[in-house]
Design a protein. Structure first.
Length: 466
């Protein structure tokens, strides 16, 4: 069960704290005891094995956070708005865990318990008190549930927790007794509630890990603490689990800056000219380091030539969720540092044929394919040149761009890949093999049978072969 984590709560892993003062902005979550850094790496997996060095180039380690006193007021990671969208979803999940028919079964059992434990006026009063509560009252209590995310300072960092709702029955000194019985009921019926959750979430499978985790640990009138479990897994623990030895629960959060805690891009592919390239996308706007270039892919594609244009992005700040091809300063992320910007997170760059692998709910968590699909083109190297090549994998990575090739264009593309070229003043860039089947002329109008590198006229257009 620990392998199936609440999606919302795995995102909350990024909800962190600092051993220093709380700082609004981009942060990484770090376990104080183990030194592990959380990384939302795709699917629903929150890994805790990222080192500080590895975290420099992992977009899944970065979350935007804001605080007000001891409450987190903003949290966005991999395009998921946790505070504004996911945490409130807990309210919708609880009624599915406790549907109306099960609620009344529980009420009947509580009446039976009251009858067995008390007599006379006390039993009559208590049973009447229980019977006054309807399922509508229960739903009202759930809707009033406190979904704030709290930070409690401790040595070296913070505990992170949220409060589960009280059960809608306040019977004075007997309340604790009934809460224990209710929590025992939840434990006994976990399997039934999991089946209910699967039925309720048909078409919303991304939320199943959230519900399973909630069912596994849910208790009324309790706290849920973010904790690294004994086996290194990541999840929330209720107050009982929280006391178990081996759970590491103190978290610090480290601001992302341009120095020691920078975010950079690692080179993925080296072309014949010695330049490193990578495809990249994130849920935060960025400013590139000096020497780096960002390209989009426009719609001017001629598959018969295996040619696709890339257009330089000249904006000072590149908006979030903008799939790009980056020309880098080198392979090491340290020479390709990005400055993370605050502000407008909406995509605003013009025509771009590159796409992002978003989940069904729009989270930047990659895309699972049933089998390798050659309609999806990803960045690669062919004949020494940067190109888009048909993927051979079943998973499209969340922070990389891909290009979709439909059957018509794909059928005309005999090379199996698309050479990327710069569109500069009507002169296209391509390899010498790209136009081998065309009539090629030099600038003096002479037919060239075996063109080498240089400027030629092909189909009436100036083309640089390289």
């Amino acid at each position: 069960m620990r392998k199936l984590y609440i999606f919302i709560f795995t995102m909350l892993l990024m909800v962190t704290t600092a051993a220093q003062a709380q700082t609004n902005g981009y942060n990484r979550l770090k376990n104080v005891a183990t030194g592990h850094i959380a990384n939302l790496e795709g699917g629903h997996t929150f890994a805790l094995n990222a080192t500080e060095e590895e975290a420099h180039s992992l977009a899944g380690t970065v979350a935007y956070m804001a605080f007000e006193d001891n409450i987190m007021t903003a949290l966005r990671a991999q395009n998921a708005d946790v505070v504004g969208a996911l945490v409130p979803a807990i309210k919708a999940m609880i009624p599915e865990m406790m549907p109306e028919d099960q609620f009344y079964v529980l009420k009947d059992s509580m009446v039976s318990m009251a009858s067995a434990a008390f007599s006379g006026a006390m039993a009559t009063t208590l049973i009447g008190y229980i019977n006054r509560y309807t399922y509508e009252d229960f739903i009202t209590y759930v809707n009033e549930m406190d979904t704030n995310l709290y930070l409690e300072a401790t040595d070296g960092g913070y505990y992170l927790y949220f409060n589960s709702p009280k059960f809608p029955l306040n019977a004075g000194v007997l309340n604790d007794y009934f809460v224990k019985k209710i929590n025992s009921y939840l434990t006994a019926y976990r399997g039934t509630m999991q089946v209910m959750a699967e039925q309720y979430l048909v078409g919303k499978e991304e939320l199943l890990p959230m519900v399973y985790n909630l069912i596994s640990h849910f208790r009324f009138a309790d706290r849920f603490y973010l904790a690294e479990q004994k086996d290194g897994n990541f999840g929330f623990a209720n107050s009982t689990d929280f006391q178990e030895a081996g759970i590491n629960d103190v978290w610090a959060f480290v601001p992302v800056d341009n120095d020691a805690n920078y975010f950079g891009v690692e080179g993925q592919f080296l072309d014949a000219d010695g330049k490193w390239y990578a495809s990249f996308a994130a849920d935060f706007p960025i400013r590139l380091a000096d020497g780096m270039k960002a390209y989009l892919v426009d719609s001017d594609v001629d598959p018969g030539k295996s040619m696709i244009h890339r257009v330089l992005i000249e904006e000072d700040i590149i908006p979030s969720l903008t799939p790009m091809i980056l020309e880098l300063n080198g392979k090491d992320a340290a020479v390709n540092k990005l400055q993370l910007m605050e502000g407008d997170y909406k995509y605003s760059v013009g025509d771009n044929q590159l796409q992002l692998a978003l989940s069904k709910r729009g989270f930047l968590l990659g895309k699972q394919l049933e089998e390798p699909d050659s309609h999806y083109y990803v960045l690669g190297i062919k004949d020494g040149h940067v190109a888009l090549v048909a993927t051979e994998e079943t998973f499209l990575k969340p922070n990389e761009a891909y290009y979709w090739m439909d059957d018509t264009r794909k059928g005309a593309n005999t090379s199996g890949y698309l050479v990327l070229g710069d569109d500069v003043s009507g002169i296209s860039m391509a390899t010498t093999s790209t136009f081998a089947h065309k009539q090629v002329y030099d600038l003096q109008g002479r037919r060239v049978a075996n063109p080498t590198k240089g400027l030629y006229i092909i189909d009436g257009k100036k083309v640089v072969l390289r």
